[in-house]
Design a protein around this ligand. Sequence first.
Ligand code: SF4
Length: 346
Amino acid sequence: MDEPEEEDELAATSKGSAAVQGASVRGTSVARHDTLTPAQRQVLDLLGCPPDERPRFDADLRQRLLLDLEDGLAGVARRLPADTTLWVSKHPLTQVHGCEAKFVAEHETPFAWSAPLARGTVTHKAIELLVSWPGHPVPLDVVDEAIARLANDASHLGDWLRTCGDAERAALRGEVNALVVSFLECFPPLKAHWTPVTESRVRIELFDGRIVLQGRVDLALGQPAGQVAGKVLIDLKTGGFAPNHRDDLRFYALLETLRVGTPPRLLASYYLDGGRPSPEPVTEALLDTATQRTIDGATRMSALLHEGVEPVLRPGPACRWCPLADTCEPGSAWLGGSDDLDAFSG
Ligand code: SF4
């Protein structure tokens, strides 16, 4: 009996919110809906959709997008040095569409784990555990289990978790606990039949693996039914809105379409600090925009990394975190004139 009623929750829309509340008067779901916070109800309203209102996409969309990508990137694949793979994912794409000098500098900097960098992965693991956690979860118990499982992995993150100091581990534990508490308070409890998947990896190989598009979706809910879209892709964010958050999810929507054939129904950045999703419906035009942005970004990445092209400097907010900030004149000038910094200067 529980299963169909719970499924209706995800099938609700803002119009369906009344339906949810109406249903709660009729049946056993009264207690369940009464236990949702207003923030949790709002998430259901914003992310849900009745099955008969979900969009249907053409069966040949996947093939068309693939051909568009291959047409746009054929020259890049031809020019790549032998035995070189061009890895394209959301972070370098965002970087190369910003300041190209920063993109090149960070590409050359070896990656090292730290508590802030590990925070996202540990939070996603904790959220994954919440789906099947028995009874009422105690957030710190879930966080500790997430850290323990990741520390057992034979991965770079596992190595770092096993060897980082107590202070760094405590900082990580505290930060992830705050995010998990926020998620529990503001996001509706995840139901197993919503098919929640955390950190699902997608990898699309073009030109026999010379160019690889890859991504890892924080949280996916729902599934398509044939050509009818049903999946919601969610990026869990700390901090506030940034325009590239939408571009990141559009890139994931493109990867999902290339993988499955039926695009996701909805994309949503979910801001843990504010407890609110920022949703965007998936359309064919959105996928075309994502395709062109991917072609432009990959072309530029290859030119900068493998063809000796000079990077373009684009000073802006990212100068604050740039490894070249101390020696870059346009960056220093931008930082010197930034109102944000002036507000904190003496
Ligand atoms: S300081 Fe700013 S302008 Fe200079 S390289 Fe870095 S991001 Fe680009």
